[in-house]
Design a protein around this ligand. Structure first.
Ligand code: SAM
Length: 238
């Protein structure tokens, strides 16, 4: 279970809301049963249930340790806004692939236009999906979901990253040439359904990005994002 800082006090944790209901009604856990928890920031806990009701579960914390499931790679996926709810699946998959943060962005060929999104509500929905995915894959760090940016803000964000990779179907550079360095911090750009404009790739290259190919076949944007993150985690992460 994912617990927030406020729910933690010395050797005690409290779980409320949907998770408490789930523990009580679905899992039917009882006092003395064991539970595993994470704070979503890299620390895992084990505990033993003291009291359980559908509204509130009180737990005594038994152990606390740094997560073993997190990668040493700081990996940011910047993917162009896609139509409908296509981003939902991306969030589930990049959580499983150990991505650190996700930045949706608007570029010239993005179909959803800047300002037409549901704003705060949409980010909350994405955060809920990220929390559920974290539990499923036993990660200990929540994917940080940043508010949508424009392309120039994404390029500014990438300052300080050691590996800057822009995936472009017209590139002939293979990812196999990518080698890990010290303190790896990678940022990945994936375009929208209509692809990047050449001008955008030129700006990215001016900001220190290199363009890479994912092979001769054109992948859907959501497939390209997952494929790129998986390959980069394999090459640069652990
Ligand atoms: N509209 C483009 C076309 O038909 O040529 C395809 C865009 S593709 C659906 C969406 C995004 O996925 C691209 O902007 C790129 O970032 C990534 N992508 C898809 N296939 C790729 C490949 N073979 N190599 C590198 N990037 C790829």
């Amino acid at each position: 279970f994912l617990i927030n800082k406020e729910a933690l006090s010395v050797n005690k944790a409290v779980i409320q809301g949907q998770d408490a209901k789930h523990i009580c009604k679905v899992l039917r856990l009882k006092p003395q049963d064991a539970v595993s928890m994470t704070d979503g920031h890299g620390t895992d806990f084990t505990g033993c249930i003291d009291k359980v009701s559908p509204e509130c579960v009180e737990i005594s914390i038994l152990t606390e340790k740094k997560s073993l499931t997190e990668s040493n790679l700081d990996l940011t996926l910047c993917s162009a806004m896609l139509k409908h709810n296509k981003m939902d699946e991306t969030i589930k998959q990049i959580t499983q692939l150990g991505v650190t943060r996700w930045i949706p962005f608007y570029c010239k060929r993005s179909v959803p236009l800047s300002g037409t999104q549901k704003g705060k509500k949409q980010i909350e929905r994405w955060q809920t999906i990220a929390r559920e995915s974290l539990k499923q894959c036993r990660r200990s760090c929540l994917v940080e979901i940043m508010p949508p940016m424009d392309f120039q803000q994404v390029l500014a964000f990438s300052k300080g990253c050691t590996h800057k990779l822009a995936f472009w179907e017209a590139s002939d550079r293979s990812l196999a040439v990518t080698v890990p360095g010290e303190n790896n911090k990678a940022v990945v750009l994936i375009g929208p359904e209509g692809g990047f404009e050449e001008e955008e790739i030129r700006c990215a290259v001016e900001s220190g990005f290199m363009s890479y190919s994912l092979g001769p076949r054109i992948l859907r944007a959501e497939t390209a994002a997952v494929c790129a993150c998986g390959l980069i985690q394999y090459l640069l992460g652990d």
